[in-house]
Write a protein of this length. Sequence first.
Length: 57
Amino acid sequence: MPKVVVKDGELNEALKRFSRITSETRKVAKKHEYYLRPGLRAKEKSKEARKFRKKYR
């Protein structure tokens, strides 16, 4: 479980740090969830890139 030390009066900063740590942890867990061959991994990556570009067009 990720931990963040909260010092006097920096609750918002601590929450930001905690959310950044947990999002990184989720990314790593998703990456290691199952094995993908390198060619399929490249296809998935380009598929995600297209999805991201379409979202922000």
